[in-house]
Design a protein. Sequence first.
Length: 358
Amino acid sequence: MARPEKLVDARTDLEKFRLSPGDTITSALRCLAGNGLGLAVVVDDDGQVHGTVTDSDIRRVALAGGDADTPVSEVMSSRPLGVAPMTPDDRVLEILARHRLRSLPVVEAGELVGIRALEWLPAGRVPRTAVIMAGGRGVRLRPVTDKVPKPLLKVGSKSIVERLILGLARAGVEEVFLAVNYKAEVFEQRLGTGEHLGVTIRYLHEEHAMGTAGALSLLPPDAYGPLLVANGDILTTVDFSALFDFHWRHGGAITVAGVDYPSNIPYGVLRNVEHHLLSIDEKPQRRDFCSAGIYVVEPDVLGLLAPKEAVGMPELIADVLAEGRAVNVFPILEGWYDIGETAQFERVLVEFSASEED
């Protein structure tokens, strides 16, 4: 049986997958972003495979408060799954599905000689669908949003929602449902069918404001899941493939993307036990993990929604948790930008303008 064509291609550029044991988590993130398959292989100076690192491994370390300078040797799987060069496609697919992995190293005599990936296998590619909530009025950005809906505001050469859709298309999303209400006709005029963005756009028309989850009840029965759901006014450089993979790997009903958010307390904080003061922390900074407005939702969760009723995503998540189902947290380690107010929008405009000039 001949080796798959894609395996031969991968053999020519394996440097995109290699890490040394002393490389850091930061280096691993760059490696994963560079190869686009969510896998890095840790090899020694002699080319022998020591372990593998997936995007999910790194996100779990981040959730546990791990340091970005932690060497990958401390987070890698030291007994990694791999396949031999002549392993048939059906066997590779079975291993990937059983262990919920996107890709595997091909190892021969202890050395990395190739990569096998789910999307390279005939039966492995699964269509991906996204829903963008773009029905809000953007009140805090008035008067700018009196004429243009916030998701259609330009940041550099593209609008906010176009940047979001392009990121989804890079992650293999083929169909995007756009939930619209305020100035719905402007979205259809600007975005059309989505062909120029590499996706098919279908519009969900809200008759009234339906919250951050209510519009999911408008999805047609043929909508394919799991569904990536995102607020339409978000700017982020996160790899949405990593989010899809994380959701699949952990098997929850919903995955919530989160960002680490620092805030400064302008007073001295009292540390006490009952009436006894232990210490005073003068103007400390606290850090909270906050919802980033991006989720992955299993399609059966939509059965909890009443048709055309307004509901927020926190309410839907509470209902899922009440049923005893798992909801997981995906930490965003890449860029994420809130555009809630004019000052924030102006900062983002400057930052993206400078980056595009570079």
